[in-house]
Design a protein around this ligand. Structure first.
Ligand code: PLP
Length: 371
């Protein structure tokens, strides 16, 4: 067999303004170029403690069980769902976006039954519909998406949903993939039992080590499980020895991704979490104003600053716009998913990408392309 003549890696220099990944901060890239240590090296063990402390700061929680899960956001999602769903459990899942469907699939693989609360794509769940699902099905868990990346919808009033669940002895799982580190999220104050995220959205680190936090009620449910979790890799009772006092081998942590996550979280802490939420809102507001000034409308009735969905005129295909922005301007934005496929653009405003200069580039390029 001939030796493959593959050239040196020279990826194009894009501006990442899609639904993630976002532009990686130069300090995060530098952290990734530092030498590896072993995953059980005392230096790495100290670093794990620091990452946990920083994750707690950004989640606004004192939860002991706050860790990066090895894998992308879906791994953290599956860790939350597979550990908290026992066979026969009933779980309320949202039907108003793409990622609710993924949650439902994970619940079913864990032997749970799903009850879907629907709303049109582009609108948040209505608490009265969630209440009706509780009255009719007496569920064990309520899972919902705080920031739906497929629709640009922010689920408002999270405390009202967690209160409803707790009044009915159910636990809550919150998908904070597109809100963690960019949009107000308060795990303890809002009494969220389990929340997870990803590194490549409002944190601007590469995907691969994903934040997860679980409160005492959630951990108690996992410890009292009658059946074992149907995933060896993501079974949190197996991971306890790795993240707990013992730091015993479970799997080899993605060391470079943990370095990246640590630096990205350090940047968030330096900026201050409230200031970071405010920056995302301010910069995305500029984007929104520019879009509206072009005569276009947002496709969401509950604005999510980190992910802006723009309804396109009926005669324009989303792929035409996304291709022209990528080929002609080196700017990545995305088209629609699922029910909104072909109809919208999804423009992210996340982490290091949430900068005025990026917004001005996108608006200028979009103005050219739409003519
Ligand atoms: N949940 C939401 C809301 C997301 O936007 C995504 C990814 O875009 C995921 C879950 C899954 O994360 P990942 O693609 O990192 O596995």
């Amino acid at each position: 067999m001939e030796r493959p003549a593959v050239g040196e890696l020279t990826p194009p220099n894009r501006t990442l303004m899609g639904p993630g990944p976002s532009d990686v901060h130069p300090r995060v890239r530098r952290a990734m170029a530092t030498p590896l240590v072993g995953h059980l090296d005392p230096a790495f063990v100290d670093l794990m403690d620091e990452v946990q402390e920083l994750l707690r700061y950004v989640f606004r929680t004192d939860n002991e069980w706050t860790v990066p899960i090895s894998g992308t956001g879906s791994a953290a999602m599956e860790a939350a769902i597979a550990n908290l769903t026992e066979p026969g459990d009933t779980v309320v899942v949202p039907g108003n976006g793409y990622f609710g469907g993924r949650m439902a699939s994970m619940v079913e693989r864990s032997g749970g039954e799903t009850v879907t609360v629907d709303a049109p794509w582009g609108e948040p769940l209505d608490i009265d519909d969630v209440r009706a699902a509780f009255d009719a099905h007496d569920p064990d868990l309520l899972a919902f998406v705080h920031g739906e990346t497929s629709t640009g919808v922010l689920q408002p009033d999270v405390p009202a949903l967690t209160e409803l669940a707790h009044d009915n002895d159910a636990l809550t799982i919150v998908d904070a993939v597109t809100t963690f580190g960019g949009v107000e999220l308060k795990v303890d104050e809002w009494e969220i039992d389990a929340a997870y995220s990803a590194a490549q959205k409002c944190l601007s680190a590469p995907p691969g080590a994903s934040p997860l936090t679980l409160g005492e009620r959630a951990m108690a449910k996992i410890e009292q499980r009658e059946s074992s979790v149907n995933s060896w890799y993501l079974d949190l009772t197996e991971l306890t020895d790795y993240w707990g006092e013992e730091r015993a081998y479970h799997h080899t942590a993605p060391i470079t991704n943990v370095y990246a996550l640590r630096e990205a979280l350090r940047l968030a802490a330096e900026e201050g979490i409230e200031a970071r939420w405010e920056r995302h809102e301010r910069v995305a507001n500029g984007l929104r104003a520019g879009i509206e000034a072009m005569g276009l409308e947002l496709a969401s009735t509950s604005w999510l600053p980190s992910l802006n969905t723009v309804r396109l005129p009926a005669d324009i295909e989303d792929a035409t716009v996304t291709d022209e922005l990528l080929d002609g301007y080196d700017i990545e934005v995305a088209g629609g998913l699922g029910d909104l496929s072909g109809e919208i653009l999804r423009i992210g405003c996340m982490g290091h990408s949430a900068r005025r200069s990026n917004v001005l580039s996108v608006l200028g390029a979009l103005g050219d392309v739409l003519g």
